[in-house]
Design a protein around this ligand. Structure first.
Ligand code: HAM
Length: 420
């Protein structure tokens, strides 16, 4: 036998039962986004490498270490998207959609060459939610409200914390960054190795270092808040007031800076302590400068992404999903009854479009077929044998009570109707 080919590390298959929960989660997300007026969009997984370099930033971990980049057959450097915002902004500009306010979301796989572990994969899924054209803080609050509504619906609000911060405008950040680098450079030997490297490359990320020595040093460091002007402070104040008015609790985290370069003003992360090291389940913020940076007319924008696998892991702990089950499982004893079985199945599906109706299709012993019906967690089984077929009826068994009746199709439909 030839050697089996395994999947790539960090690229898990999603199969039953997780796949069913994932489909339920996806449907819930879509429903919440629909309620807020967000439209779906479908975008390419592969883009020109330059798109990500220019938006996410050369110095970030994502661009410098984690991208799946290769030359296509024509020698052009292309990259499997590590996130969706860059592609969304490109699409908005390219398709001339910046004339009006646009709210959209896009769901799909992202690719980052990270060290795989529980909750961290090389292919993972985001639902990226983006809004264009609205500079007001109400838009930031709305994005938070969307995530809040989903988490409420999943019953996981108790397990999550909303962390927010403002990182102001680029000029303010540059002034702060200079003061921070001056301070940290004077104590370089006390910084952890990663932070020493970041001092030149990406100094703001030092703020969220997990190293105790670095954190101690940061206590005496300049604070970003002291470098913000009235406009930035005012924007942030209003976001917080709006969250207070809609009853959404938050924790201000002055160290929250995010790992992608395009943000300004409000940044957000929803975290949980129930998933070990990979506790950020959802993150984003405002990115007013990004459209212009990509060659579009200046347009304010904001967004966030749900980390689908992590939310799934958390919501599963809270029993947010129902087990998949067949409403009706249909057994035929021989080929002679199969046409009738399939006709009934079709009628039931037409009457109850939300039902799952399975026909067994293989003519095995009834006992074997019933076992399958059990595995499918069936509510009802229908058996077609020659006797039943002669009466134009089926033997209907309620799997919960064990009760059995011989019913015509009309009588069965009526009985099922009484239950929904
Ligand atoms: P991000 O923080 O890089 O932001 O990713 C958002 C979320 O995706 C994370 O909070 C996490 O839940 C999930 N995630 C990231 N990497 C992995 C991984 N390797 N395995 C599993 N889940 C992961 C962005 O990507 C921004 N584009 C979000 C955004 C949208 N900002 C504005 N609009």
């Amino acid at each position: 036998m030839s050697e089996m080919i395994q999947s790539l590390r960090g690229m898990p298959d999603v199969l039953a039962p997780q796949a069913a929960y994932r489909a339920q989660l996806s449907a819930k997300m879509t429903a919440v986004l629909h309620r807020f007026g967000y439209q779906p969009a479908y975008l390419p997984l592969l883009e020109k490498t330059a798109l990500f370099k220019r938006t996410i930033g050369d110095a970030t971990d994502v661009v410098s270490k984690e991208m799946y980049t290769f030359d296509d057959r024509n020698g052009e450097s292309v990259t499997l998207r590590p996130e969706a915002t860059a592609g969304v902004v490109r699409a908005m500009i390219q398709n001339g959609l910046l004339q009006q306010n646009t709210r959209l979301y896009t769901e799909g796989p992202m690719f980052r060459y990270e060290k795989p572990q529980e909750g961290r994969y090389r292919q993972f899924t985001q639902v990226s939610v983006e809004s264009f054209g609205i500079a007001a803080p109400a838009q930031d609050a709305e994005l938070i409200q969307i995530a809040y509504d989903l988490f409420a619906e999943l019953g996981i609000l108790d397990a999550v914390t909303l962390e927010i911060n403002t990182i102001g405008m680029p000029e303010e950040r540059i002034a702060f960054q200079k003061a921070l680098v001056d301070y940290l450079a004077a104590h370089k030997d006390k910084l952890d190795e990663d932070s020493q490297r970041r001092l030149d490359m990406n100094p703001l990320r030092i703020l969220d270092s997990k190293d105790a020595g670095t954190q101690a040093l940061l206590h005496g460091a300049p604070q970003l808040a002291d470098y913000l002007g009235e406009e930035s402070r005012g924007h942030y104040r209003t976001v917080k007031q709006l969250l207070d008015s809609i009853g959404i609790a938050y924790r201000e985290n002055p160290r929250l800076v995010r790992g992608l370069d395009y943000y300004c003003h409000t940044v957000i992360e929803w975290t949980t302590d129930k998933l070990g090291a990979q506790g950020t389940i959802c993150a984003g913020g405002r990115y007013d400068g990004l459209v212009e940076q990509l060659g579009g007319k200046p347009t304010p924008a904001a967004g966030f992404a749900f980390g689908v696998e992590r939310i799934l892991l958390l919501a599963q702990q809270y029993g947010a999903f129902s087990e998949p089950r067949a409403d009706v499982y249909i057994l035929a004893q021989s080929e002679a009854e199969q046409g009738m079985a399939m006709r009934w199945a079709g009628e039931i599906r037409r009457h109850f479009p939300e039902f799952s109706v399975i026909t067994h299709n293989a003519f095995q012993k009834l006992k074997t077929q019933f076992k399958k019906a059990d595995q499918a967690n069936a509510r009802y089984t229908l058996v077609f044998g020659s006797e039943e077929a002669a009466q134009n009826a089926a033997s209907v068994k309620n799997m919960a009570t064990g009760g059995q009746q011989t019913l015509t199709l009309a009588a069965l439909l009526q009985q099922l109707q009484g239950e929904v």
